[in-house]
Design a protein around this ligand. Sequence first.
Ligand code: ADP
Ligand code: ZN
Ligand code: ZN
Length: 813
Amino acid sequence: MSVQSSNIEVAVALPVYHTFTYSVPPFLSPFIAAGKRVLVPFGQRRVTGYILGAAKETEPAEIKHILDVLDQEALFPSSMMPFFKWISDYYKHPIGDVIKNALPGGLTLYDYAALSITAQGKTALENKTVTSLQRSVLKLLENGPCRLKHLSNKLNQNVPGALIQSLQRSGWVSKTRELRPASTKTRTERYIVPGKPIAPTDRLSKARRKIIEILDQQGELSMPALKKQVPSATRLVRALEKDGYLKVQHKRVYRDPFGEPIHADRALDLNTEQQGVVAQVNDRLSRGFTTFLLQGVTGSGKTEVYLQIAAEVLKQQKSVLVLVPEIALITQMERRFRARFGERIAVLHSGLSAGERFDQWSLILQGQAPIAIGARSAIFAPFRAVGLIIVDEEHDASYKQENNLRYNARDLAVVRAKQNDCLALLGSATPSIQSYYNARTQKFIEVNLKRRIERRSLPAIKIVDLRESMGYRGIRRFITPELHQSIQDTLDRSQQVLLFINRRGFANFALCQSCGQPLRCKHCDISLTYHQKANALRCHYCGFSRAATVSCDICGSSKIKKIGLGTEKIEDTVQKLFPKARVARMDRDTTTRKGSIFRLLKGLNDRSIDILVGTQMVAKGHDFPNITLVGIICADLSLSFPDFRAGERTFQLIAQVAGRAGRGASPGRVILQTYNPDHFSISAAKDQNFMSFYNQEINFRKTLKYPPFSRMIQLKISGKDHQLTRDHAATLGNVSLALKTLNASVYDTIEILGPIESSLAKIANRYRWQILLKGTHAGALHQFIGQLMADHSAEFNNRRVRVVIDVDPVSLT
Ligand code: ADP
Ligand code: ZN
Ligand code: ZN
């Protein structure tokens, strides 16, 4: 879209919340378009800005003009502007920074400056009012833009910078920055394409006839795929090609992370349940905005459903956006989509180099890739016309970005779908309470896949009560005799074992050894967190504190045990107990290096790993048919997490981890160890009964007014000076209270919890405090934070204490 007005609306890449109006000098106006970057004066500085569109009617008295246009092509379509504005407003984040976050990183890396001649420059050239060097430069540019670096070379004489500047000042030349995408290596493979049919009179050997028949039935095939069916194909194909019965073409092939080429496949015949879901969703395509929640047990064929709906969207000339929670899962999803849709796919994630990311971005912008697959940031894929946004494993907490622009890609999927008047399809075996509640209250439409493909059974889950294994000390207690024996049996059968530990960093909590209950806050029903320095147990929602030496509220026992467990310790112990087994570990520490996740997954795939010990990373979506035993070391680690979603996370984790077992022909077995065998999250997960879990959990949420019955906004306050940080938190707490009191009737639905010290009181030399705003009316809560920020902008933009706003926080620590 080109912007007609001479004044434009610009978002600058600075921490300011509103946009600015700039004027465009005539020589730059041909280059103006929404979605391009511009260079603008801002105070004493020159900064990058993004053109949002024509300026609105009312203008301030004095308007500065832009200095330069930095891009030849728009970086995102103008249809995305309302999306950026919504995000800025909802998440209370500066609009320019929203856009900066949305764009692929490293754009500037590929900038190079080029000069072009302007219309005025051409007139000047005719009127002969120029010096001879100016003339040479202008003449050269008449043939097309030229990189600054190459100018002197091409003219065979030195071109001083001042001359360029004078040409620019006269408006005869303009400087643009072009983006040069990096080249990526492609691999090709031979594909056999059918040629002329066999005439009745043709005399062909049996083997040759067979090849032609195969091509007839299966369409074009890669050479390796053909050789699998006809081992001597190489020689025969050459002869058949000469006679015109087939053609050999070199085509780009994609490989999965294990190096296996991806061969084309076709739509499967859907089972009745799948057909029902596909029909229901397809029926709504092109009929405006709707959100579907697809609840399908693990292995029920959700991905095939996505593929077939996506095919229908493509037929309608619209794009499909697929979000996946983890990079490791992208490749799995990519593999299936590539097999079905070939080259028409762009992949966006942080594992790509800046050049690769830019290439993928360009593919989407230029309309060459109507499908994009990626992690949360792919929600910003620059599609013009989206027809469907799929969010796989929608319950996953990794859709929440926890730094900088703190957005939730799952929620944004619904917002973008609404703005684009299209469909959102959220899928999960274990939907989030939030989404399921939305389905129950008719905001979403629920569709189900209740059975596994081929009726494979879900694995049997055996609960082991950790309270009964007191005989051992320390870590050894967690390899119970039952688990020990099962690992041994599995290894004896040459099958693989997955041992799962939920270890979200520090999570130290206290547990009653007699009744198995964690110690909880009496106000919030949240597990108390152990603060070592104070030797106290604290609720980090409301600040309630008690001595670490208390006895259990429930049974009175004084046997209180502080628990901290790690993957490393378990790995060591398991290796000692099974010295011959090949043990590996997958957690944040072992996967920081690029490609390390794939190495571990490859190890599982080619069976060079017997036992994998891992955190929630291993729980997600992977499909390894030879894993037949899953051990959940201590389910209480997530159950006792100081968060109102602890029960939800526990249920999801157990159901998901259990879903990793027995995906192949051999049945799977899960050993679930816990101090709380009777907790409803655990018993519901044992029976893989989502409804039973939901019904109890939703009551708990309702009683204590937790989401979805309220919304939350967290203020995270941090600084290097302890006293200053604490005082600042107190000030913010006071002004919040004052604002509420002053407008009691408007804000009576809002609660202000805290300020309290964060459970990780100090990270990287910064002291941390937090305030939680909770409101049963979203509108009032957002009005409240908006007014608070406007009335106290100094408190929110303090040089020494940082205040970060987290809207709809997922992690409350
Ligand atoms: P989910 O995403 O629900 O875990 P998948 O889509 O991965 O399930 O399906 C599990 C397996 O079943 C895959 O290997 C897939 O190819 C296969 N599958 C899916 N739908 C069908 C079908 N209609 N007929 C045969 N196999 C199917
Ligand atoms: Zn007790
Ligand atoms: Zn509390």
